[in-house]
Design a protein around this ligand. Structure first.
Ligand SMILES: [Zn+2]
Length: 208
């Protein structure tokens, strides 16, 4: 499995590109910005985008979705509970002093129990609300990897002081859905360095 992590945009959101060597199909997660750079990486591996997955509707994660969908034709997956946040994309842009990026329609509601397939590899959708009401994580058992969005970081957790945030809910999500995964599972957070479930269980000061 090809896996490239590209930090994109002013807030350096970790955009993940997963590619299947056999079918040359790809899943792109959180194309927040720098779509040209993402398209260059896809072309380098001769990958065709099958799905665009958004972990939550903050602009640094979803800002480039419209442009990437226009360039690839791939459907966009997002949890419907974040639709109100996506509807406020212009307001989010104004917080960051940015020009509002284009907007697109969401093609599929990413729900708990749902999954996407890339070759023989399954990407399982976990609903992990708290950072936002529609925050999801993706668990990839065959790769022993978790895409955590802005729910869990190395030594930290997602902020809950923005609209839709809930401090108790994010802790419930992390304890019930994420810390139950294998200790040696790699965690790719929405920002910053990778970690493991075991390391965060042991050392994350917000989970003590
Ligand atoms: Zn966020």
């Amino acid at each position: 499995m090809i896996h490239e992590i590209l930090p994109v945009g002013v807030l350096q959101c970790n955009c993940s590109i997963f590619g299947d060597e056999q079918s040359r199909e790809a899943i792109v997660i959180d194309p927040g910005d720098n779509i040209d750079q993402i398209l260059t990486a896809l072309a380098r591996y001769s990958l065709r985008v099958k799905a665009i997955v958004i972990t939550h509707a903050h602009i640094d994660h979803i800002g480039g979705a419209a442009k990437l969908k226009a360039a690839t034709g791939a459907p966009v997956y997002m949890n419907a509970n974040d639709q109100p946040l996506y509807d406020d994309l212009e307001i989010q842009a104004s917080w960051l002093g940015m020009e509002p990026p284009g907007r697109t329609s969401i093609d599929s509601d990413a729900r708990e129990g749902g999954s996407l397939k890339l070759g023989n590899t399954e990407f399982q959708i976990l609903e992990t609300p708290g950072h936002t009401q529609g925050s999801i994580s993706l668990w990839i058992p065959e790769e022993n990897k978790l895409i955590a969005g802005d729910t869990l970081f190395r030594d930290s957790i997602g902020r809950t002081d923005l609209p839709g945030g809930d401090g108790r809910q994010i802790l419930r999500s992390i304890h019930n859905k994420l810390l139950t995964l294998p200790e040696d599972a790699a965690v790719i957070p929405g920002h910053g360095p990778n970690t493991t479930i075991g390391r965060e269980k042991e050392r994350n000061p917000f989970l003590a």
